[in-house]
Design a binder for this molecule. Structure first.
Ligand code: C2E
Ligand code: CA
Ligand code: CA
Length: 465
């Protein structure tokens, strides 16, 4: 092939991958220097291709098959490189291509699509005629377009890799063009990851508590503990931005333990200062629920903080509960035996059938906020919410609506038998001191709520004196 003659100008031993005969990472830099010396003005495309779940193939079929597969993939990829281009294997299952004849994003995306199509065709691998395996493979491709410049080769290669990692993060089996936004997202991710590893040691987490109001009595019956991260450079970061990252890097368990410990200790502190007792609800992530050690942890925290288990509740999303039904039922039953209340969070967004609702030992359905947001004033949506409230009644479960923001929503919920509400109408999440003030008012016996504007949450219900 033509490109081979060019490669021969470069030291074959230092720059070649013995398995595939392609260039290695060192070879990429040399080729880049050659390309930029020839033409510094026309853009070229850099493709970084990483196989999806290659580790699994090695584990399932062994390294001999893994190596055979890499060789076959290299052969297929050679179809896309022409004179002046480069194809290299730069990692176990990572390939890099410099395509000098591709200079536009659209062309590059089309080509990447073709590459993925060609790789997706079945591979038949024979190991000394003893075993034959047929399978299909998918890949994630990152693309960077740039005018070749020797000094910046490292950055350009990194950009293609960053884009590839983004494609992986989105689920793999896709292509992604590098843009500064992709870089910003990668940088933010890196900042969050490294910060999260230190977050407990630096004591940067804090909890806010959002009250829940029982509609029948007008009383505050509980609070939900919501974690926040006070980042030294980025300010206060909401949980939606860091919980999933914490889950991925294995930090959710220590963080979850801190949340549980802090919420239980805080609840006990309110009670010790003579405020009327309420339940504190703690969100559990799926990693925590799957751990056998959860029960021991909860028992230990309750003992240490001396909180009565009836004042603790766990909120677990419907989709988390459905992940591993046997474990879920077992764990929830153990928690319930301890006297803890269980609530199914974001109810209505997952796929639990009625059978499962009966099987899970739960006390509360927490209707997802999206129902109120999307369906206010829409008849079909309102009918669904009414059905959910009826269902809760039939199954003898309490139903709590979250994200209640308007009087109209409140009236609708009250009319159809909703038990409790949580939302900005009543109160946003508050600091422990602010909760203490609310509880104090509640203990003075003002049971009537009226709407007033507040500094923090806009419309809000307040006790009238
Ligand atoms: P979630 O459990 O559904 O919590 C309710 C979220 O809705 C909270 O957002 C709350 O501030 C917000 N919210 C409450 N009322 C209203 C309202 O009237 N209008 C609007 N627009 N929003 C309202 P937040 O605090 O940002 O929490 C987001 C999610 O982060 C939570 O959703 C929960 O899934 C997760 N999360 C929070 N704390 C923890 C934690 O300690 N552990 C775990 N695993 N997840 C947590
Ligand atoms: Ca929740
Ligand atoms: Ca929720």
């Amino acid at each position: 092939m033509c490109f081979k003659t060019r490669e021969e100008q470069i030291d074959p031993i230092v720059h070649h991958d013995p398995l595939t005969g392609l260039m290695n990472r060192a070879g990429v830099h040399d080729r880049f220097a050659q390309v930029s010396a020839q033409d510094r003005f026309n853009k070229v495309a850099l493709l970084c291709l990483d196989l999806d779940r290659f580790k699994l193939i090695n584990e399932m079929f062994g390294f001999i098959f893994g190596d055979l597969l890499l060789q076959s993939i290299a052969e297929r990829l050679k179809r896309f490189v022409f004179e002046g281009d480069l194809l290299a294997r730069v990692g176990d299952d990572e390939f890099m291509m410099i395509l000098t004849h591709v200079s536009h994003a659209e062309e590059a995306l089309k080509l990447a699509q073709k590459v993925r199509e060609v790789l997706s065709g079945p591979f038949t691998l024979r190991d000394h005629e003893i075993m034959m395996i047929d399978f299909r493979i998918t890949a994630s491709i990152g693309i960077a377009l740039a005018t070749p410049n020797e000094e910046e080769s490292e950055i350009l290669l990194k950009n293609a890799t960053t884009a590839m990692m983004r494609a992986k993060k989105e689920g793999g089996d896709r292509s992604q063009i590098y843009t500064p936004e992709v870089d910003a997202a990668a940088l933010e991710r890196l900042t969050l990851e490294s910060g999260l590893r230190e977050v407990l040691r630096r004591n940067e987490l804090f909890l806010e508590y959002q009250p829940q109001l029982e509609l029948k009595t007008g009383k505050m019956i509980g609070v939900e503990a919501l974690v926040r991260w006070n980042h030294p450079d980025l300010g206060v970061i909401p949980p939606v931005r860091f919980i999933s990252v914490a889950e991925e890097i294995g930090m959710i368990e220590p963080i979850g333990e801190w949340v549980l410990q802090t919420a239980c200790a805080q609840n006990k502190a309110w009670q010790r200062s003579g405020l009327p007792p309420v339940r504190v609800a703690v969100n559990l992530s799926s990693c925590q629920l799957q751990r056998k050690s959860l029960i021991d942890l909860v028992a230990r925290v309750l003992k240490e903080t001396e909180l009565d288990p009836v004042y603790l509740e766990f909120e677990i999303t419907e989709s988390t509960m459905m992940q591993n039904i046997e474990t879920t039922v077992e764990t929830l039953s153990a928690l319930k035996r301890m006297g803890i209340q269980i609530s199914m969070d974001d109810f209505g967004t997952g796929y639990s059938s009625l059978t499962y609702l009966r099987r899970f030992p739960i006390d509360v359905l927490k209707m997802d906020r999206s129902f109120l947001v999307e369906n206010s004033g829409r008849e079909d949506g309102m009918a669904i919410m009414i059905a959910m409230m009826k269902l809760a009644g039939t199954l003898r479960l309490k139903i709590v609506a979250e994200g209640v923001e308007t009087e109209d929503q409140l009236e609708f919920l009250r009319l159809h038998g909703c038990d409790a509400i949580q939302g900005f109408l009543f109160s946003p999440p508050l600091s422990p001191d602010e909760i203490a003030k609310l509880l104090k008012k509640s203990s003075l016996g003002f049971g009537r709520w009226q709407q007033a504007s507040s500094e923090r949450g806009g419309n809000r219900i307040c006790w009238s004196s």
